[in-house]
Design a protein. Structure first.
Length: 284
């Protein structure tokens, strides 16, 4: 697994011609978001088997469209891919129930936080392709970013995994699994940092004299709008920042505080380092 290069993510594909059967183990928030994305991209609902002991009403309703909910796993055949979206702590109990469904041609895609390729290999053996992926919560609105690393996967299996993961947003491949802890710290946990920014910006507005509802709306819309501008613009974040910073102006005065002693950059570096270390600890 050596090297740390980023591999091109390719182009999003339709799922109308998905081969065989797709099994989703776990249909909580992230698993449900993936399922919504797959169906939106044209995946035949009858090609999906969902294993979820406590399905939400939304998941249960998909049975009417042809999704197989909690099917007899012994009757499932020609399974092209299994997506593991269960809670990491339940994995040791879930994995043995999935093993009989796995063939040599099956690709197993795990989005379980902290569960390594080594863990998956111990649980499932060496007979199938594995992909470990880390999505983030904006996947719920199709604006997520997922980073993935593969083991024993052919180019066709990687393409299949990419098609499934890209249903909720962008996908990037890495070759060194050790980078996944930093990925978790930056993009997996990253939405919480942005939500905190909106939270404390609103609090600062209230402290400056704004009514609370107005401060909260201004902070929320400013963070959301700036994020959308960043998404759409080809310019670097630093360039966008410089473009709204007039010399000697109000933005410059604020940035002098944020970029000075005890800067936001230093705090963010320490925060990401702490999250990276915690990810390593949780992975064992």
């Amino acid at each position: 697994m050596g090297g740390s290069s980023i591999v091109s993510s390719g182009e999003q594909r339709t799922l109308r011609d998905f081969p065989g059967l797709l099994v989703l183990a776990g249909a909580g928030k992230m698993g449900g978001a993936l399922l919504d994305g797959w169906l939106r991209l044209g995946l035949n609902a009858a090609s999906v088997g969902v294993i979820e002991p406590s399905p939400s009403p939304q998941i249960s309703a998909l049975v009417q469209r042809g999704v197989r909910l909690n099917p007899d796993m012994r009757a499932l055949a020609n399974i092209s891919a299994i997506v593991l979206a269960v809670k990491p702590q339940t994995a040791p109990e879930v994995m043995p129930t999935l093993t009989p469904m796995i063939a040599a041609s099956t690709v197993v895609i795990s989005i379980m936080a902290g569960r390594t390729l080594q863990f998956l290999t111990r649980a499932l053996g060496n007979r199938c392709a594995l992909v470990r992926a880390m999505p983030n919560t904006p996947a719920a609105i199709g604006r997520g970013i997922t980073v993935a690393v593969a083991l024993r996967a052919s180019s066709a299996q990687r393409a299949l995994a990419y098609s499934l993961l890209s249903a909720t947003g962008g996908v990037e491949w890495i070759e060194d699994e050790a980078l996944m802890d930093a990925v978790t710290a930056v993009s997996g946990s990253g939405p919480a940092y942005v939500f905190l920014l909106a939270e404390v910006l609103a609090q600062a507005g209230i402290a400056a004299g704004l009514p609370a509802p107005l401060a909260e709306k201004l902070a929320r819309e400013t963070v959301a709008g700036a994020g959308e501008l960043l998404h759409r613009s080809p310019l670097a974040a630093a360039t966008l920042r410089e473009n709204v910073t007039s010399p000697g102006g109000t933005t410059a005065a604020a940035l002098q505080v944020l970029m000075g002693a005890g800067s936001l950059a230093a705090l963010m570096k320490a925060a990401v380092a702490a999250a990276t270390e915690r990810s390593r600890q949780l992975a064992g």
